[in-house]
Ligand binder design. Structure first.
Ligand code: URA
Length: 237
């Protein structure tokens, strides 16, 4: 059981003082009955409605962002645009953060949530949830390179990487490889290719776990991740 003003404020749209005003105006109902006081306690799953419209309570929110270049994976920054600046008002709430960072020049799938435990599950290398990237490379990949990734590369500074799975998607004038990693070390993909003498020219994250970046989601836009998709995120692919 939780205070009504706290339940509603947790959804991001109204502050607790605004909820008090709504209650005074007789605009909030629980199970169809007008609520008299904002500090009354209810179950979070109760049928709470404002002006007859259900608040559709969700304890946590999970958002897919198609990150463009030039936006940083931070919660706030004085000068640069952050991924949170791209979350629209209707999905915004306190406590949101990007679960895992992409470099400023990397594009694609960023998961934004307010669920720290879930983020940890997705990101912890122990859980082997793969993050899939498409990397445009300066040089063609060799079979030997692919084996080295699979065996676990050692980066230039001696850092050891877990196994990574690489395959060639395009070769010739443009070289594009798919790479799957379950870790998130600083600049990891770029440093992995640098360690075999290659260079990443462009990088895009296309999948987290078993969930692909929605191809209908334009760059710079967000959408909420559905309950079924949350299960896919947790798939070890
Ligand atoms: N690896 C990188 O090098 N950069 C990213 O943004 C993500 C993974």
């Amino acid at each position: 059981m939780e205070r009504l003003d706290k339940i509603i404020a947790s959804q991001g749209k109204y502050s607790r003082s605004e909820v008090k005003k709504l209650v005074k105006g007789g605009r909030i109902t629980v199970g169809g009955t007008v609520v008299k006081s904002a500090d009354m306690k209810f179950d979070e799953g109760s049928d709470i409605a404002i002006d007859g419209v259900s608040i559709n309570y969700r304890k946590h929110i999970y958002i897919m962002l198609n990150k463009p270049q030039g936006v940083i994976s931070a919660t706030e920054d004085r000068t640069q645009k952050t991924v949170l600046d791209l979350v629209p008002e209707e999905l915004y709430r306190g406590g949101l953060f990007p679960a895992g960072r992409l470099d400023g020049d990397t594009t694609g799938f960023v998961l934004i949530t307010d669920d720290g435990e879930f983020a940890h599950r997705i990101l912890s290398p122990k859980n082997h949830i793969m993050k899939t990237y498409h990397a445009t490379l300066r040089d063609e990949l060799t079979d030997d390179d692919i084996i080295r990734f699979k065996e676990g590369l050692t980066l230039g500074d001696g850092t050891k990487c877990l196994e990574a799975y690489v395959r060639v998607l395009e070769k010739g004038e443009t070289n594009i490889a798919e790479i799957k990693i379950c870790e998130g070390k600083y600049h990891q993909v770029k440093r992995m290719f640098a360690s075999i003498g290659n260079k990443v020219l462009a990088l895009r994250r296309v999948k987290m776990g078993g969930l692909e970046l929605d191809s209908n989601l334009p760059e710079g836009e967000c959408r909420e991740i559905t309950a079924e998709e949350i299960e896919l995120l947790l798939t070890k692919e």
